[in-house]
Ligand binder design. Structure first.
Ligand code: S1T
Ligand code: MG
Length: 544
């Protein structure tokens, strides 16, 4: 069958591990949408608003450690998704943004085009700020090479990329795109670096290992847990890396949250005289509440394809190459013996005790103990901090860039991509933004269990800035809306009601289940109040 530009692109995406597309059409991208549907190369899920499209496609990339794909129209569609793409960039998610664009001659007619901003390349320039590579496929002869370069960079750098298709070239004859070509790896440099790392770990009294999102982005959880066992070095995850290694057999200490989290974990990391950080984003959310400044001169930081020591670095060294080279020479260096799995509260009282956020974590831990773990998609807000009190399981959440609206679209994407029923944690404020995407469950046969923390407020902001009334939200009675959106909803106020609602939701996977947890304004999880307290304490110290 004669390859056309659209099918060359779709085959290249599938051959590089993409397994579905999320999108919303528009006239600039209708020709491409028709080829997506007629070719069947990748299944298509349309949603209701482009931010949700971006979050859903991003989540697929995160849970699969592969490319996520979002297809949108020019201008109103693509620019509506800017924030979601920015989040994917900040959190190293390989999201492929494909936008339809004006035809090659359209710009010559001397008319301003609808959806156009300043000029016809404005959108391309905006996305250049949010992606690691970009291409406008304006020449079918060059398109295969452009597509290969851009998609390979998305995989190599684990960052979003941008591809624009002039709508009148969608069906242009086009050669197939070459297969993925992995970048050459200098294993000699990797071995030299690994030898230096091992020397540092062996010479240390308290070596420690901290891992972050790149471990999942590059699908290295299995290799990492083997390395931890060989080093007999307990490992902690960052806030962003929460949920990593959930399915692995390795000495996991827990999630490092500085003075807001588990003291033993904080002590292991902050007192380490050789801290090996693999795939960690050194950000304020990961380190902003450190009880004491971590002495980065004692740290070895492998991130963004380089390994940095106190005063020197190894450039262009992929994380996987370092882990492979370390495995070749690994020997026990750990002093702390086996990691102890952190304790997660269970045993929710089955009575009319009024609900608090931490009761949700307890109820979910009880549900997982009874029925097995579920993957979790969490939004921003106290639901994310409560999520840290839930047993370790696959967990996708924007813990660093921290945009609201991720939770529900990401939950739909998790189930569409994995076939596993997810639990979604979302606050009322975030649900007001993209929670309505839940109405798309029925057409795709999806049945997430959505736990909506309804405290009638932007409570996380109140935790940082008590007082103003603008943190108060109206009560929208979300559970009552579920039926009209194709699901089942129930409002719960007590522990007993929550326990029953979760069990009933588990038993009914015929549609989405929305459990609206009523919480008082001003009430937060223990984790969030400690986090907010630590942030305020540290900023007060800085102001002195
Ligand atoms: N807009 C977007 C898109 N993302 C954001 N993170 C914010 C604004 C700022 C913001 C927070 S937390 C928060 C806002 C508005 C309130 C969240 O309310 P809700 O979802 O109800 O959760 P909870 O009540 O548990 O706080 C972060 C700090 O930037
Ligand atoms: Mg709220």
């Amino acid at each position: 069958m004669q390859q056309i530009l659209a099918t060359s692109l779709l085959h290249a995406l599938r051959d590089r591990g993409a397994d579905r597309i999320f999108g919303i059409p528009g006239d600039f991208v209708l020709p491409f949408f028709r080829v997506i549907e007629e070719s069947g190369i990748l299944p298509l899920h349309t949603l209701s608003h482009e931010p949700g499209v971006g979050y859903a496609a991003d989540a697929v990339g995160r849970i699969h450690s592969a490319l996520g794909v979002a297809v949108v129209t020019y201008g109103a569609g693509a620019l509506n998704m800017v924030n979601a793409v920015a989040q994917a960039y900040a959190e190293k998610s390989p999201l492929v943004v494909i936008s339809g664009g004006p035809g090659m001659q359209e710009g010559q007619a001397g008319l301003f085009l609808h959806h156009q901003v300043k000029n016809l390349t404005s959108q391309y320039r905006i996305f250049r700020e949010l992606t690691c590579d970009q291409a406008i496929l304006d020449d079918p002869a060059r398109a295969p090479g452009q597509i290969a370069r851009v998609l390979d960079n998305a995989l190599k750098l684990s960052r979003p990329v941008y591809i624009e298709i002039p709508r009148d070239l969608t069906h242009a004859p086009c050669a197939p795109v070459a297969d993925f070509s992995p970048a050459a790896v200098d294993m000699q440099a990797a071995r030299a670096c690994a030898a230096e790392v091992m020397d540092r770990l062996k010479a240390a009294r308290n070596p420690a290992l901290l891992v972050g999102v790149e471990i999942r982005r590059y699908d290295l959880e299995e290799k990492l847990s083997r390395l931890c066992r060989s080093l007999s070095l307990p490992v902690a995850t960052t806030f962003m890396g929460h949920g990593l290694l959930a399915a692995q057999d390795c000495p996991l200490l827990g999630t490092y949250l500085g003075s807001a989290g588990d003291e033993d974990v904080a002590r292991s990391i902050e007192q380490a005289d050789a801290l090996l950080m693999l795939g960690v984003i050194v950000s304020d959310t990961n380190f902003g509440v450190s009880g004491r400044n971590i002495d980065m001169r004692n740290a070895i930081h492998a991130f963004d394809r380089e390994v940095a020591f106190a005063y020197h670095r190894y450039p262009d060294l992929p994380l996987e190459a370092l882990i492979d080279a370390l495995q070749e020479i690994a020997e026990p260096v750990g002093r702390a013996g086996k990691g102890r799995s952190p304790a997660f509260a269970r045993g929710l009282p089955d009575d009319d005790t009024p609900l608090q956020p931490s009761h949700v974590a307890m109820a979910v831990n009880d549900l997982f103990a009874e029925h097995g773990r579920m993957p979790i998609a969490s939004d921003i807000g106290d639901c994310l901090f409560t999520g840290l009190e839930i047993e370790n399981t696959e967990f996708v959440a924007p813990g660093y860039y921290a945009s609201m609206g991720f939770g529900v679209p990401a939950g739909l994407a998790l189930q569409a991509a994995t076939g596993r029923r997810p639990l979604v944690l979302v606050g009322d404020g975030a649900f007001q933004m993209t929670g309505w995407e839940i109405g798309n469950c029925r057409k795709y046969g999806l049945s997430p269990i959505v736990v909506l923390f309804n405290n009638r407020s932007w409570e996380m902001l109140r935790a940082f800035q008590p007082g103003p009334r603008y943190h108060d939200l109206d009560d929208w009675h979300y559970a009552d809306l579920a039926a009209s959106l194709g699901g089942r909803g129930v409002r719960v106020r007590s522990c007993g009601e929550l326990k029953a609602a979760l069990e009933a939701a588990w038993q009914d996977d015929s549609c989405f289940q929305l459990i609206e947890v009523m919480l008082d304004r001003g009430m937060t999880s223990g984790m969030l109040s400690r986090f907010a307290g630590a942030v305020k304490k540290i900023s007060a110290l800085k102001d002195e």
